[in-house]
Design a protein around this ligand. Structure first.
Ligand code: SAM
Ligand code: DTB
Ligand code: SF4
Length: 320
């Protein structure tokens, strides 16, 4: 869809938009299913990028315990626990601007192998990657690579100056060439305009191939970062973005990522109706808190949703 059509879609009356998104969702997915994913920060803090929202950047002053790369055994132990509590995808995040070849990267490949051998979908987010590194991760059993565009190209340098939009697109290309699915989305509530949100959704949906998973993060304002006092985004703007993402990327998993802790269960339910079908569970995201497992279990129960099995291809998608 071109930018004019995406703009028009975005501005539809909210309930018409949600209704359309719900219809697309039901045509392509089992709408009773929710994918549960768990995140683990395998290397925390000390990152040399200047992302204005991030607790892990050396340019910011968040109160954070830095940690060197975890041991493979510790990571696999966490993955086992995540599997026991119903997660089917395990995502390992490192505060690296880019992957450097060497022992640390080899260890991450071992982690990926271990997680994938457990029958979990393995996902990583390690910063920029070359094609050769992406191939190594693929060989180790990686299912997906998370690399977000975060916001529109026009707004990007208000948020990050140490890398360009094109750097992000290049890594996404390398990921695609290696045959790894991309998990690519953004953050809402950075102080961007509606036009920026529309532009991000337009860019995401025109990636070739489209992302397999689209994380929609709501800014978690972190003390000590330049965005600590950013006013929260209107929740209906968040719903609009979820609905538009669902309509533009019908086959993707639309993932509610950061920020759920401050979003009411009613708004989350509306987001599920609008096509969101994956969440991060567990008390912690990478460094920030997330709803408790009991909250999520109760919410899914109340809404009649059930966890999705790993590596599942939707029947309707296979037929398409
Ligand atoms: N360093 C890697 C990178 O930036 O690609 C991976 C880790 S990074 C923490 C993963 C994503 O988390 C970012 O792209 C951003 O979208 C999201 N994120 C980080 N801090 C956030 C915050 N305070 N609020 C919302 N989303 C956040
Ligand atoms: C994504 O888009 N969101 C997740 C995952 N990909 C790696 C990370 C959210 C991080 C939230 C802030 C924190 O925990 O530090
Ligand atoms: Fe580093 Fe990723 Fe945080 Fe940016 S978002 S500072 S690249 S860890």
């Amino acid at each position: 869809m071109n930018i004019t059509d995406v703009t028009e879609l975005y501005h539809k009356p909210l309930l018409d938009l949600v209704y359309e998104a719900a219809s697309v969702h039901r045509a392509h997915h089992d709408h009773h299913e929710m994918q549960l994913c768990t995140l683990l920060s395998i290397k925390t803090g000390g990152c040399a990028e200047d992302c204005k929202y991030c607790s892990q950047s050396i340019y910011n002053n968040a109160d954070l315990e830095k940690e060197t790369l975890l041991k493979t055994d510790e990571v696999l132990e966490q993955a086992r626990k995540a599997k026991e509590s119903g997660s089917t995808r395990f995502c390992m995040g490192a505060a690296w601007p880019k992957v450097l070849d060497g022992r640390a990267f080899d260890r991450v490949c071992d982690m990926v192998r271990g997680v994938s051998d457990m029958g979990l979908e393995a996902c990583c987010t390690l910063g920029m990657l070359t094609e050769a590194q992406a191939v190594k991760l693929k060989e180790a059993g990686l299912s997906a690579y998370n690399h977000n565009l975060d916001t529109s190209e026009a707004f990007y340098d208000k948020i990050i100056t140490t890398r360009t939009y094109q750097d992000r697109l290049d890594t996404l290309q390398n990921v695609a060439k290696a045959g790894i699915s991309a998990c690519c989305g953004g953050i809402l509530g950075l102080g961007e305009s509606e036009e920026d949100r529309i532009s991000l959704l337009h860019t995401l949906s025109n990636l070739d191939p489209q992302p397999e998973s689209v994380p929609i993060n709501m800014l978690i304002p972190v003390e000590g970062t330049p965005l600590a006092d950013q006013a929260p985004l209107d929740i209906f703007e968040w719903i609009r973005c979820i609905a538009v993402a669902r309509i533009l990327m019908p086959k993707a998993m639309v993932r509610l990522s950061a920020g759920r802790l401050s979003i009411s269960k009613e708004a989350q339910a509306l987001a599920f109706l609008a096509g969101a079908n994956a969440i991060f569970t567990g008390e912690k995201l990478l460094t920030a808190p997330n709803p408790e497992e009991d909250f999520d279990r109760a919410l899914l129960g109340e809404l009649g949703l059930k966890p999705r099995t790993p590596y599942k291809k939707d029947v309707r998608q296979e037929a398409a």
